[in-house]
Design a protein around this ligand. Sequence first.
Ligand code: NAD
Length: 367
Amino acid sequence: MELQHFADEWGPEKVIETYDSKIGMKGILVIDNTALGPGKGGIRMAPWVDVFEVFKLARTMTWKCALAELPFGGAKSGIIADPSKISKEKKLEIVRAFSRSLKPVCPSMYVAAPDMATGEVEMEAFAKENGSMQACTGKPKEMGGIPHELGSTGFGVYNSALVAAEHIGLKINGASVAVQGFGNVGSFVSKFITEKGAKLVCVSDSDGCIYNEDGLDFEKLNQIKNETGSVKNYKPGKILNNERLFELKLDILIPAAIPDVITNKNVDKVKSKIIVEGANIPIAPEVERIVYKKNILVVPDFVANAGGVISSYVEYIGGNEKDMFKIVEDKIRRNTKIVLDRAEEKKMSPREAAMEIAKERIKNAMK
Ligand code: NAD
């Protein structure tokens, strides 16, 4: 795919392809837009990764960082390699070579992070090779990293849900909630929302779905998941087909697992008052419009699930765990409210409102 097929008024500013013949490292960096600050985005390692995929992910980061009101632009990088076919040592060697090759633009114009097949071990290698701790986020705790296991994204999704509930005058205490997925995002959002008094009636994971109209106890659910591998073994409860979760009469529905879960096929059956998108693209844009027309309040993914990137920002500025929770809460609440208010005022969908706000912020910085 040639640059002219996707370049527009927003970017990309730089598309860099790097190659180290000695190590066998082939890498790509797309810095989409730096009007608000250095481009932020993870390093994806996969055999299929190409410039167009990296560009699309970089563009998503441009909007996400702008909407989260972070002093970051959007970027993303990729290393073309199959992580299942190389040793851990070779993987680190490749990451170090990639880091060396990006030194002219990192951290001045690009701040890396983990993505598919890269984690804190790779970030440690990347930052050390670069020489600056600001070269990437997602570093180990000993290097100032803020661990993913604190649940920043789930905490943000939870805060977004609170604001959405307030927006339609729904009391969170006793509100019925279902969460698809019980991984990093789904388990933390379940934890925080039940602590606030909501009634978690249904949860699913890749192995099954459990329902109890009187509510599921989070601690017990978490224990069952850890001990048996699936939430479906929780008792008392009724095991449902995974798709049934989307058809329940609910106050709040939180997809927090995989893309495209509400589609043309099941959108008519969705009965929740609010949907907060914890996962990325759980509803394709054209289906999201149908949901909007059904008068269901949808908080779009890049508004609700920005807790992770906000946590990265806190790591970048040298903050700690306490700062992270405070900043995620403040930013997610504020931005969810701004988006929902604008959507109502201008009679547009929350996604349209969110895009408009993100673009305004970038345009103002580009002046
Ligand atoms: P994870 O791998 O920790 O958990 C995924 C969960 O989804 C698991 O419980 C898995 O069993 C479940 N799942 C998979 N297929 C399912 C199915 N068909 N039905 C029901 N459950 C199913 O992943 P995560 O980090 O929690 O991420 C979840 C989603 O949120 C992804 O779309 C991810 O891109 C998005 N997201 C995550 C973060 C983050 O910081 N973790 C940030 C932004 C967006």
